[in-house]
Structure formats: structure tokens, C-alpha cells
Design a protein around this ligand. Structure first.
Ligand SMILES: Nc1ncnc2c1ncn2[C@@H]1O[C@H](COP(=O)(O)OP(=O)(O)OP(=O)(O)O)[C@@H](O)[C@H]1O
Ligand SMILES: [Mg+2]
Length: 299
């Protein structure tokens, strides 16, 4: 049984085809990253999975249950949020979570305290949400999602607005939940963060899926990686690059060379520099496979 199985999801807003025939599946325990430029359709897709908006076409199954309307049954054991989740600003974080827990049929002070602690809001639960910072609201939203003891988490940019420690805490939390079998679908613009936690990726552009596969498939399919290169003779290195198949080089800001090279050609190129009596002083990977793939697919 898949945690998410959506087929042919389509949604139009007047002239905009926001989501156009998207298939997406997420297995239990899988963390799937949803990527795409602004306006690609990520939030619209997540809204349809949540039943916040109805698709014009396509079907959604969450945790094995067919989804045939807005809200209700199919959302049991599904947690998460899209864009900025709303809370009652004049109530405290704890009071907001208790309200939500009651809606889910059982306020539990211990569960609320536990959820607040998991997102690092312990000690701030009794402050009014109106006085929370952006990151604190984001953490509270995550706490609300955890409160449901979800088997499936749908998270739209869960780390936007979080400080580095918060981002790290969220990625660790997602990893732990996945290890317990929770399926996670999360959108993000922070590629480095996605690379640390995702098992698989769906890349969207103009409402369509332009790439879908596992992290290993992505690394295999990624185009040439980008490096910054400093040598004892950069002009000479440029000449060597010009005569070397599969290598493109040019000047980068700051005086180093920018190199675009396929992973399996790197060794030969470095050896060719050695043959030309050019010493490599630094070679830094500038763009990871997911980054180069993302730009190749969406540029
Ligand atoms: N309620 C709406 N009314 C009209 N157009 C909408 C609506 N919601 C989304 N759209 C349009 O649908 C397209 C996809 O938007 P969506 O918010 O899903 O993108 P996104 O991938 O989440 O982008 P971002 O990275 O900026 O969050 C955009 O062109 C957007 O303008
Ligand atoms: Mg969005």
C-alpha cells in the first residue's frame, strides 16, 4: 500500500494550468522531495492531496483510502500544512495545539507538551502566538502536524523561515519519523537540506513532472558537476581544458576557474593537468548532483 498514490492530477486557475497530469507516489517510510521553481505547482499539488481544493481531473489515494471529496475520512493519520498555516494569534501556542487536539477527538496535555518539545518550543508554549517569530510559527505548525501521530506528513516548505538550528532539527525529525515508517512528502527550495534527507525526488516545472526517481537514479542521471579550480598556472589549465573532451572551463569571479565536468572524466583531467606540469591547489565541488539536475531540468 502506498501512502500517497495520485494519478493524473490536474488543476486549472483560469488561464493557468497550475498542475497538469501529475502522477506521484510515496511509500511508507519514504521521504520524497518536491522541487520546482516558484509557480511550478508544488503548493497546488499539496493542496489537492490535502483536499483543500478539488482537482479538475485525476484521483488521490492516501494511506490506501480513495479520496472523493474535500476533507474528512481520507485525511485521518495525515498531518502537515501548506504555505503559512494559521493560528489564533491571541491564544498561546499550547492553547492553539489543545484546540486542534480536541478537534481530532482527544485533548492530551502530554501530547501537546511532547509535540512542542519535539520542535524546540518548550518554554514558549504559554506565550501568545501573536508574539511568535516567523520561525516559531513554522515550528508550531510542525508541532500541530505531529500532534496527529501521522502516518503521512505533507509539508510545504517546512523549513522556510527557520534558523540553521531549526532547519537541522526539522531534517533530523523528518529522518526519525521516516525511520519509524512515516511517509513524508515535502517541498523545499533548499536543495542542500533536501539532499540530506530525501530518498527520492519529484521535480516539477510549469505544472508537470519533469523528473521523478530515487536519489541514486538522480546521481546517475545528473549532468556534469560544477567545480571551482585553482592551479599553479590557471591560463595553462584553461588550455588543457580546451583540448579535453567533456570539460568546459572559464574564469569565475574571484580569480579561480569554473569547471563543468562529468564525474567519470574528472580523474583523467586532473592527470592531464599533472602531465602539463600544472599543480592543482584547490578543487571544490560547487553544485551537487541535485543542484545541477535541478538547473538542467528547470532553467
Ligand atoms: N488560487 C489561485 N488562483 C489563481 N492562480 C493560482 C492560485 N493558486 C495557484 N495559482 C497559480 O498556479 C501556479 C502554481 O502555483 P503554486 O503556488 O502551486 O506554485 P509553487 O510551486 O508552490 O510555487 P512557490 O515555489 O512559489 O511556492 C502559479 O502560476 C500560480 O499563480
Ligand atoms: Mg508553494
Amino acid at each position: 500500500m502506498s501512502a500517497v498514490r495520485a494519478i493524473g492530477l490536474t488543476r486549472r486557475f483560469e488561464a493557468t494550468l497550475a498542475v497538469d497530469g501529475v502522477d506521484i507516489t510515496v511509500a511508507p517510510g519514504e521521504v520524497r522531495g518536491l522541487l520546482g521553481p516558484n509557480g511550478a505547482g508544488k503548493t497546488t499539488l499539496l493542496r489537492m492531496l490535502f483536499g483543500l481544493i478539488a482537482p479538475d481531473a485525476g484521483s488521490v489515494e492516501l494511506l490506501g483510502r480513495e479520496f472523493d471529496g474535500l476533507g474528512g475520512e481520507a485525511l485521518e493519520a495525515v498531518g502537515g500544512f501548506v504555505e503559512e498555516p494559521a493560528f489564533y494569534p491571541y491564544l498561546s501556542g499550547t492553547a492553539n495545539l489543545e484546540l486542534l487536539a480536541r478537534l481530532d477527538g482527544g485533548p492530551s496535555t502530554a501530547a501537546v507538551r511532547d509535540a512542542l518539545a519535539k520542535v524546540g518550543l518548550e518554554g514558549r508554549g504559554h506565550d501568545r502566538v501573536a508574539g511568535y517569530s516567523t520561525g516559531m510559527r513554522q515550528r508550531l505548525a510542525l508541532a500541530a502536524a505531529l500532534l496527529r501521530a501521522p502516518h503521512l506528513l505533507l509539508l510545504d516548505e517546512p523549513t522556510s523561515g527557520l534558523d540553521p538550528a531549526g532547519t537541522q532539527a526539522v531534517t533530523a525529525l523528518v529522518g526519525n519519523l521516516a525511520a519509524e515508517g512515516v511517509a513524508v512528502l515535502l517541498s523545499s527550495h533548499q536543495i542542500g537540506e533536501l539532499e540530506r534527507i530525501c530518498d527520492s525526488y519529484t521535480v516539477m516545472r510549469h505544472g508537470r513532472v519533469v523528473w521523478d526517481g530515487s536519489a541514486a537514479e538522480l546521481i546517475a542521471a545528473a549532468p556534469a558537476s560544477a567545480y571551482a579550480l585553482s592551479t599553479s598556472d590557471d591560463d595553462g589549465a584553461l588550455r588543457v581544458a580546451a583540448g579535453h573532451e567533456g570539460v568546459r572551463a572559464g574564469w569565475a569571479p574571484g580569480g579561480a576557474l569554473a569547471l563543468s565536468i562529468e564525474a567519470d572524466r574528472l580523474d583523467a583531467f586532473v592527470l592531464a593537468l599533472g602531465d602539463a606540469r600544472i599543480a592543482v591547489r584547490r578543487l571544490d565541488l560547487l553544485a551537487s548532483p541535485l543542484e545541477t539536475m535541478f538547473f538542467a531540468l528547470t532553467a
